[in-house]
Design a protein around this ligand. Structure first.
Ligand code: NAD
Length: 405
């Protein structure tokens, strides 16, 4: 059996098994289509692609998400929503959209009457995620919302409640759940390749640049919900949980912020934290907006070590395997992570894939980031809680990635 076929079999098995509850009553049990691509992927004709409205035409939307539609197999750009009419018209024209596919924040709710839009992708500053998610859900649309889900736990809970009430899907854009390096590490850890995991180390940071508009709101507590922690640290908080596939029960954190640095008027800069997990594993996490760029982690087990450095960039992620026989630097397939994530969402909407990065998954990170900030504010107080969340679907078990895109 080739690796490709075995991966595909895994995909089909898990679609039928692990995710059965998530798929109940949907069309998910359909047999794969004959034009199915590698690793269980389907390339849909244009007329069957799921239509997306992109809300917020900033750096991520313009540089990654909209270009990503070119590589998407089942998703297409259907509309843009912006506060800048000239930019919105230009982006629409560049992407072959008619003027009727341009919305403003004021007439946004009219998307309810636009059948071209099935999914609304929220790419706004964090403080605007809740409002625009809830309005889209009320308009009867599914929502893919950028990380972090919101700026506080209450807003995240309101978003989940709105999705439930509208009977629409709410997915959080955790691209690492669908990315080859991260899936490879998850699978190796689950398979016991490094023995029992003892320590996870996550370091996520960079230099924030207040001359850039996209960093100005990130440095504002009200708009970002937590500076570097909300922007970069959330990757480490989330990674510790999906690498170990368990939830922390104790949190302790410290911060170090130079208040004479004009960047840090309302947010903390460097925060380090520890999570204690029920298995006995511990995570050391850090984040900062005053350090050289890093999006790295490692998992140290009883018999081996897996190092992802970088582990969460848009491309070029590298895996190093220590203390084990075999390849030291397994090749990581490069994919368009945004196309991949949107295609997963589209398959969720079609009932062909289980929801992996759920609203509840995003809410758990909001709770843990609050615990980190609360502990740091109290000089490292220990915060113990079960937080009550159990992941329904393990991404390592269901998400497959293509061998090449
Ligand atoms: P950005 O500032 O470049 O874009 C935000 C957009 O919102 C801009 O077009 C801006 O004009 C618009 N906007 C509307 N109202 C605004 C207001 N009151 N203040 C400021 N901007 C306003 O930011 P970005 O880097 O594109 O980030 C957008 C979202 O995407 C954030 O939630 C961020 O966390 C997330 N993000 C995710 C990833 C990822 O890898 N998944 C990467 C970068 C950003």
């Amino acid at each position: 059996m080739t690796e490709e076929i075995s991966r595909r079999t895994l995909f089909e098995m898990t679609m039928a098994g692990a995710s059965a509850a998530a798929l109940a009553g949907t069309a998910a049990a359909q047999t794969p289509r004959p034009d199915e691509g590698p690793a269980g992927w389907v390339r849909y004709p244009e007329s069957e692609k799921v239509g997306y409205a992109i809300v917020g035409l900033g750096k991520l939307a313009l540089e990654e998400i909209i270009p990503g539609f070119k590589n998407a197999r089942g998703s297409k750009l259907a509309a843009v929503v912006s506060g800048d009419p000239a930019k919105a018209r230009r982006v629409a024209a560049e992407n072959g959209l008619p003027a009727t596919a341009v919305y403003s924040y004021e007439n946004y709710d009219r998307i309810a009457n636009d059948p071209r839009i099935q999914v609304v992708y929220i790419v706004l500053p964090n403080s605007m995620h809740a409002e625009y998610t809830i309005r889209a859900l009320k308009a009867g649309k599914h929502v893919l919302c950028e990380k972090p889900m919101a700026t506080n736990v209450a807003d995240a809970e309101a978003m989940i409640a709105a999705a439930r009430q509208a009977n629409r899907k709410l997915m959080i854009a955790y691209r690492c759940h669908y990315e080859p390096l991260n899936l490879e590490v998850m699978r190796r850890v689950r398979a016991g390749a490094i023995g029992k995991p003892r320590l996870v180390v996550t370091n996520m940071g960079r230099q924030a640049d207040p001359t850039q508009s996209f960093d100005r709101w990130r440095l504002d507590m009200a708009m970002s919900g937590g500076g570097a922690l909300a922007d970069m640290g959330v990757y480490g908080v989330n990674a510790a949980r999906y690498l170990l596939n368990e939830e922390p029960t104790e949190v302790q954190a410290w911060s170090s912020t130079d208040r004479s640095d004009p960047r840090f008027k309302s947010t903390e800069d460097l925060i380090v934290w520890q999570f204690r997990f029920p298995s006995g594993a511990i995570c050391n996490g850090s984040t900062s907006f005053s350090c050289s760029p890093t999006m790295a982690y490692e998992v140290i087990g009883e018999t081996g070590r897996l190092v992802g450095d970088p582990a969460a960039f848009y491309g070029g992620n590298r895996l190093r395997v220590e203390g084990q026989p075999g390849e030291r630097e397994p090749k990581i397939v490069q994919i368009d992570q945004f196309a991949r994530e949107m295609d997963w969402m589209s398959d969720v909407v079609r009932g062909r894939a289980p929801m992996v990065s759920t609203g509840e998954e995003g809410l758990q990170d909001m709770r843990l980031m609050k615990a980190i900030m609360d502990s740091a504010a109290q000089g490292g107080a220990t915060i113990k809680s079960d937080w009550g969340y159990r992941r329904a679907v393990d991404p390592a078990a269901v998400v497959d990635v293509p061998r090449a895109v």
